[in-house]
Design a protein around this ligand. Structure first.
Ligand code: PEP
Length: 244
């Protein structure tokens, strides 16, 4: 089953979100009898304020509601933060963890990312663990370090930082090589569990759009995509989810 995940980042008011899902519902009705087919898992990670709106459409359309952040502590003196339990209570089932924007702009360390993976899994949220190298960094060294946060049950998103929001897409060969390496590193660490080992689902993210999604999704070891900018447009996103 292919996974198509969307990251809206800090975009769309509740009114915008309503319009987006209304448009998606219309297009689905016209082309696909109203439901995203059940041989794929579509996860839409919206801002906290739009989670309620997304929930209103999620069952009808058949997608999973995701969030973009939370604090790993159960509760306490963390002004401005939201816990995994609070996200679950309002119908969120997945959450982005370790996105490069959180690592770079908000100083999230590998240790904190690991706490978030644990916090998400403990509360029944599927973490989408984002990993990837910056321009000029050594791929294997970065992945080995960042994948220490992985635990069985998480989805991994390989997102080369130089490809996020830049229009520069990794080549199919680069994607296949990185995904194979991620699966090998996870298998070697035994993080997938021993009996039997469970290979993680690995998504590619970084300037995926309606034109390149089909080719990327057909690549070896690619279990899905994580889409930022192109997921904001109902037409483009519809093309991406229906190209597999
Ligand atoms: C992202 O935000 O995870 C992302 C991949 O963004 P974009 O698709 O815009 O590069």
């Amino acid at each position: 089953m292919k996974i198509i995940a969307a990251n809206w980042k800090m975009n769309k008011t509740r009114e915008d979100a309503h319009r987006f899902f209304g448009e998606l519902a219309e297009k689905m009705k016209l082309q696909h009898r109203g439901q995203i087919s059940n041989d794929k898992n579509v996860i839409i990670c919206v801002p906290f304020t739009a989670i309620g709106i997304a929930r209103e459409y999620a069952d009808e359309l058949g997608f999973t509601v995701g969030a973009q952040n939370f604090h790993p502590a159960k509760n306490g003196a963390y002004t401005g933060e939201i816990s995994a339990e609070m996200l679950c209570e309002i119908g969120t089932r997945a959450v982005l963890v370790g996105h490069s924007e959180r690592r770079t702009l908000f100083g999230e360390t590998d240790d904190f990312v690991a706490q978030k993976v644990t916090g998400a899994l403990t509360n029944g949220l599927t973490p989408i663990l984002c990993v990837g190298e910056k321009d000029g960094e050594k791929l294997e060294a970065v992945l080995s370090k960042q994948l220490k946060s992985y635990q069985k049950g998480a989805i991994i998103a390989y997102e080369p930082v130089w490809a996020i929001g830049t229009g520069k897409v990794a080549t199919i060969a680069q994607i296949e090589q990185a995904h194979a390496l991620i699966k090998k590193l996870v298998a070697e660490s035994n993080a997938g569990g021993l009996n039997p080992p469970e290979p993680p689902a690995v998504l590619y993210g970084g300037s995926v759009n309606e034109k390149n999604a089909a080719e990327i999704l057909a690549a070896k070891n690619v279990d899905g995509v994580l889409v930022g900018g192109a997921s904001l447009d109902a037409d483009k996103f519809m093309t991406i989810i229906t190209c597999v």
